[in-house]
Design a protein around this ligand. Structure first.
Ligand code: NDP
Ligand code: MG
Length: 386
């Protein structure tokens, strides 16, 4: 049986890995809708290659170019936020949500509301509006499969029928490119250094999040929403080789782990084929060659973003929405070389301190909180300007 797939964020790192897998399994998958934000030429080429039904470009100024490139192909085109929602609403069995940031929230929700199976890479959705997202998933009988490698690992070894027998989730973290640098050395980190991850090849925003370890903080929040455990049951363990992708500890002392090469095609394949499995081009594990797997506790003083994210989860209410919005503003400013690396946690912390933590009562309210936090964080940028 052919599975129909729509891919939100087709031109990104996760999007490209997904299409690489679809290419390798002709006849198994059919592409329905593809979206991008700015890379219009790449989007048009992918829409033609995969014979998509609909191609959507987020940046409205690029619609004319998209139309020209797809003229005579019979592929429908659209643009802007409305277009992205159209892509999410387009009938398909599965939507792979791989837009970066809170910008993915509305499109992902649109797919949830039509009961599609969601393969979720866009973790910011859950950090920003986890409680409301999970309610919508239940109300619309939509299935969520985690693409994020740690959560995919947990998903594979979590005994959902006996959730009460789980004592702990252990999220592994590579520690990013600065694991072994002193705090004082982090002052002059450039965007080029921050995006050069030792194990994973990813988009710019998540690469910076990995360097600050905010990524692991966002993942703790993500895990809290995805799995039926308490906040206290989620731990982070630094494991620089990224071979163990995460673990589930059970009350009897058994700990189950999922291992593999650090290549996103593995968790993506697990979602695409679920509950079946498909082959991938990922290098098979050779543990004898790797030799040693090492572990250490995270350094919360050096990686303040990880501590801030955990704090936000404990505070609850609007805190994680604010945290995510402030982090997006900070990472964008850092990538544009407007603020230094160590200003990222400063800006997030200051925005959290000055924000109202009242829990969002509706999705409209989530967007209001998100916008207000972005406004506040942006107003602090001058304080940290380089
Ligand atoms: P990339 O930056 O590589 O790609 C992001 C995609 O989203 C691109 O297709 C981009 O379009 C599109 N996009 C960017 N901004 C907007 C917007 N405002 N509206 C609509 N579309 C937009 O990111 P990644 O693929 O690395 O990450 C995607 C998501 O997956 C993130 O949430 C990340 O945290 C998560 N993730 C990623 C992993 C990885 O290995 N990369 C691992 C685990 C999770 P364009 O390029 O055309 O502008
Ligand atoms: Mg991850």
């Amino acid at each position: 049986m052919t599975k129909t797939i729509s891919l939100l964020g087709a031109t990104g790192s996760v999007g490209q890995s997904t299409l690489e897998l679809i290419r390798k399994h002709p006849g198994k998958f059919e592409v329905r809708a593809l979206t991008a934000f700015s890379r219009v030429a790449e989007l048009a080429a992918l829409a033609l290659e995969f014979n998509a039904n609909l191609a959507v470009i987020g940046d409205e100024t690029k619609l004319t170019e998209l139309k020209e490139r797809l003229q005579g192909s019979g592929i429908e085109v659209a643009a802007g936020e409305q277009g992205l929602l159209e892509a999410a609403a387009y009938p398909s069995d599965m939507v792979l949500a791989a837009i970066v940031g809170a910008a993915g929230l509305r499109p992902t929700l649109t797919a949830v509301r039509r009961g599609a199976t969601i393969a979720l890479a866009n973790k910011e959705c859950l950090v920003c509006a986890g409680d409301l997202m999970m309610k919508e998933l239940e109300a619309h009988n939509s299935t969520l499969l985690p693409v994020d490698s740690e959560h995919n690992a947990i998903f594979q070894v979590f005994d959902a029928d006996h959730a009460q027998t789980v004592s702990r989730l252990i999220l592994t973290a590579s520690g990013g490119p600065f694991l072994n640098r002193e705090l004082t050395e982090l002052k002059n980190i450039t965007p080029a250094l921050a995006v050069a991850h030792p194990n994973w090849d990813m988009g710019a925003k998540i690469s910076v999040d990995s360097a600050t370890m905010m990524n692991k903080g966002l993942e703790v929040i993500e895990a809290y929403h995805l799995f039926p455990v308490d906040k206290e049951q989620i731990d982070v363990l630094v494991h620089p080789q990224s071979v163990i992708h995460s673990m589930v500890e059970y009350i009897d002392g058994s700990t189950l782990a999922q291992l593999g090469s650090p290549d996103m095609v593995v968790p993506i394949a697990s979602c695409l084929a679920w509950p079946d499995r498909i082959s991938t081009p990922a290098k098979k594990l050779n543990l004898a060659e790797i030799g040693q797997l090492t572990f250490q506790e995270p350094d919360y003083d050096k990686f303040r973003c990880l501590a801030l994210a955990k704090e936000a989860l404990y505070i609850g209410g609007a805190a994680t929405t604010v945290l995510n919005a402030a982090n997006e503003v900070a990472v964008d400013a850092f990538l544009k070389e407007n603020i230094p690396f160590l200003a990222v946690p400063e800006l997030v912390s200051r925005t959290l301190e000055k924000s109202d933590m009242k829990a969002p009562h509706s999705l409209t309210n989530v967007f209001e909180i998100d916008q207000e936090a972005r406004r506040l964080a942006s107003s602090f940028l001058d304080v940290y300007a380089k």
